[in-house]
Design a protein around this ligand. Structure first.
Ligand SMILES: NC(=O)c1ccc[n+]([C@@H]2O[C@H](COP(=O)([O-])OP(=O)(O)OC[C@H]3O[C@@H](n4cnc5c(N)ncnc54)[C@H](OP(=O)(O)O)[C@@H]3O)[C@@H](O)[C@H]2O)c1
Length: 253
């Protein structure tokens, strides 16, 4: 159900973690609205190239921007390179990892990895993008991928939940900081979406149990999340800021 009105023609969007999963679908959806999409990836340049083809097929322009969002210097440099060469109207902080485990056995180094990628990465990219987003004025959009887990918690996901909850606080604070320039800042909290992340981390029995708790009785598709992001990125969402859009099939109301 992608929006295909070309309202983002002339805008540049940077999507972190655009090589796979939800990020790839977001790149495609923004491309379908006519944006130039800078596709960030970390290790999978091959996958990012596939995303670029999908963006072009959808009607957008694509470019690659490889860097580790968890490396503050690399993230600042990578974001600035896009902004300097193409301008930057829309930043989608999507890159994320999940390392799960009960707290008693959870390694401090895994805590550091999850926080560095999922929370500090959002800080670093947002900070570097700020001058460009403020310049974009009412076209400026910062959209952060949090999670239902950031709002509701989940056993075995303390670090992930802490990072995703932190993103919500950051989103609301930046919404207040950027509002005077007409730049909006919102978060999307997906529920259970079929991607590599969920395939890798959820055993089949837990998957069935989870399905029974989703009122719409299906696992979400990456495009369900992407369409919401494409909406928030567009002119029709210009009076929406500091909000948390739940895309979860009713899992959390
Ligand atoms: N799937 C779900 O059910 C679900 C639910 C709620 C929230 N979310 C959130 O939605 C976002 C996307 O999740 P997903 O399911 O699409 O994940 P995914 O399929 O595992 O894809 C993760 C993406 O993040 C990129 N990435 C990971 N570490 C990175 C780093 N250090 N620097 C730059 N990019 C990095 C990966 O790049 P490479 O390909 O280069 O490795 C990949 O493009 C995440 O923030 C996740 O927490 C997902």
């Amino acid at each position: 159900m992608a929006i295909k009105d070309k309202a983002l023609e002339g805008c540049t969007a940077l999507v972190t973690g655009g090589s796979r999963g939800i990020g790839r679908a977001i790149c495609e959806a923004l491309g379908a609205r006519g944006a130039t999409v800078a596709i960030n990836f970390h290790s999978r340049e091959d996958a990012a190239r596939e995303t670029a083809e999908l963006v072009s097929k959808a009607g957008g322009n694509a470019l690659l921007a490889g860097f580790d969002v968890g490396d503050a210097a690399a993230a600042a440099e990578g974001v600035k390179a896009v902004g300097k060469d193409h301008g930057l109207h829309i930043l989608v902080n999507n890159a994320g990892i999940a390392i799960n485990g009960l707290l008693m056995r959870f390694k401090p180094e895994d805590w550091d990895k999850v926080i560095a990628t999922n929370l500090t990465g959002v800080f670093s990219c947002s900070k570097a993008a700020t001058p460009y987003l403020l310049k974009a004025k009412t076209q400026g959009r910062l959209i952060n991928l949090s999670s239902v887990v950031g709002e509701n918690g989940n056993a075995g996901q303390t670090a992930y939940a802490a990072a995703k909850a932190g993103i919500l606080g950051m989103t609301k604070s930046l919404a207040k900081e950027f509002a005077s320039r007409g730049v909006t800042v919102n978060a999307v909290t997906p529920g259970f979406i079929a991607t590599d992340m969920t395939d890798e981390h959820l055993p089949a029995d837990q998957r069935e149990a989870l399905l029974s708790t989703i009122p719409l009785a299906r696992i979400g598709d990456a495009s369900d999340v992407a369409d919401s992001v494409a909406f928030l990125a567009g002119p029709e969402a210009s009076y929406i800021t500091g909000q948390v859009l739940r895309v979860n099939g009713g899992l959390l109301m």
